[in-house]
Design a protein around this ligand. Structure first.
Ligand SMILES: Cc1ncc(COP(=O)(O)O)c(C=O)c1O
Length: 377
């Protein structure tokens, strides 16, 4: 395999063979078609990323202006101000909270610290994949459970896959890329049914679904991840957090570098948290735009999965040969969505669409309409 040779050639520093083996495992996994979507470039009409089109609270600019001469300060490694605010918001003890470089940073931290070589990380087949990559890097094994026909998590199938080597179960609510919400009952039943650690990634929870964050007070095997990247509009600041049992959070905190979040990110996140109106406005706006896009696509005869959050799946075949053909045609029009082939088990029928500003969404609809007409010629 070509890629693997390149890998060996370039690892010139003397490394234990084990690291090379892990790198090879990761590349093999990716070569099976499972990749993280990382945009190579920005398109003018870009509906690929779930970034907040309304950006962030207006108060954030004031914070940046006020704090800009203080960025010589190291940040507070304990994140005390933010911890206090979140502890109050959720009714969770401060010692149950730790912070990371976005939800991604937390996922990386949890998985690499807790998964030992040979241990399994179980997750649904169609979801945000970063935990599976982290598991491979840790020497663990990602195991996947089936989705049901409506693209929801099949909780029975998930539970049946749990065995003595299952260290962790990872799921997202709402799920990405489907935008579908799982019930609090199903999630808590799962937590109760196992000794494995259940990690619930609630990066997009402000858009729909019922959070289980306060249940970390009841269950030691539950970790809930949140972020300031999505509804709060601070993706570029890289700040997220998780809640879980005190002992675990303590060790996770000890086993990470001290200054993971920047001084300015901590100040902005604190301010963002206070502006509930911005979150409400964002949720409403995204809801309207998701409904607008879904309706327009359905009018053009596309099958659209019925999401009630900030992204959704649309089936682009048989109008187009595949999701890749569809996206390539969009690219020629300076437009972009996520090709479903980036996600395990989705194949090349679907694309993931994340609503943006209304003016952008209108342009997207017009381009799709034109592409369909050109196809019909
Ligand atoms: C479910 C889920 N988890 C994690 C992330 C990463 O978020 P962050 O920017 O906080 O790292 C995303 C972003 O797309 C996501 O949808």
């Amino acid at each position: 395999m070509k890629l693997l040779n390149i890998q060996e050639k370039f690892i010139k520093v003397k490394r234990p063979k084990y690291l090379i083996k892990l790198a090879k495992n990761l590349i093999k996994f990716e070569e099976k078609g499972t990749k993280v979507y990382i945009p190579k470039e920005r398109y003018t009409i870009d509906l690929s990323l779930t970034e907040n089109p309304l950006k962030f609270s207006k108060k954030i600019l004031k914070v940046i202006d006020k704090e800009k001469y203080n960025i010589n300060h190291y940040s507070d490694p304990y994140n005390r101000e933010l911890k206090k605010a979140l502890s109050k918001k959720f009714g969770i003890h401060e010692n149950k909270l730790i912070f990371g470089a976005g939800a991604d940073g937390i996922i990386e931290n949890i998985v690499r610290i807790l998964i030992n070589p040979g241990e399994k990380l179980l997750m649904p087949d169609l979801t945000f994949l970063n935990a599976s990559f982290a598991a491979i890097i840790a020497g663990g094994k990602p195991i996947f459970s089936k989705m049901n026909k409506e693209f929801h998590i099949d909780f029975d199938n998930l539970k049946n896959k749990i065995d003595k080597d299952t260290k962790m179960i990872f799921l997202c609510n709402p799920n990405n890329p489907t935008g579908l919400i799982e019930s609090k009952k199903d999630i808590i039943d799962l937590v109760k049914s196992t000794d494995a650690l259940v990690v619930v990634d609630e990066a997009n929870i402000e858009f729909g679904g019922e959070s289980v964050i306060k249940y970390v007070n009841n269950f030691d095997n539950l970790i809930v991840i949140r972020t300031f990247s999505k509804a709060y509009g601070l993706a570029g600041m890289r700040i997220g957090y998780c809640a879980g049992n005190e002992e675990l959070m303590y060790y996770m905190w000890r086993l990470r570098p001290p200054f993971v979040n920047t001084y300015i990110a901590q100040k902005c996140a604190l301010e963002a948290l206070k502006d509930r109106k911005h979150i409400e406005k964002t949720r409403k706006y995204i809801g309207n735009e998701r409904n607008f896009l879904s309706k327009e696509l359905r009018n053009m005869d596309f099958y659209v999965v019925n999401s009630s959050t900030n992204c959704f799946l649309a089936k682009v075949t048989p109008h187009f040969k595949s999701s890749t053909e569809f996206n390539n045609l969009l690219h020629k029009n300076d437009c972009n969505v996520v090709d479903g082939k980036n996600f395990r088990s989705l194949g090349t029928d679907y694309v993931r669409i994340a609503p943006q500003l209304h003016s952008t969404n209108i342009k997207f609809v017009k381009i799709v309409d034109r592409l369909l007409k050109e196809k019909a010629k």
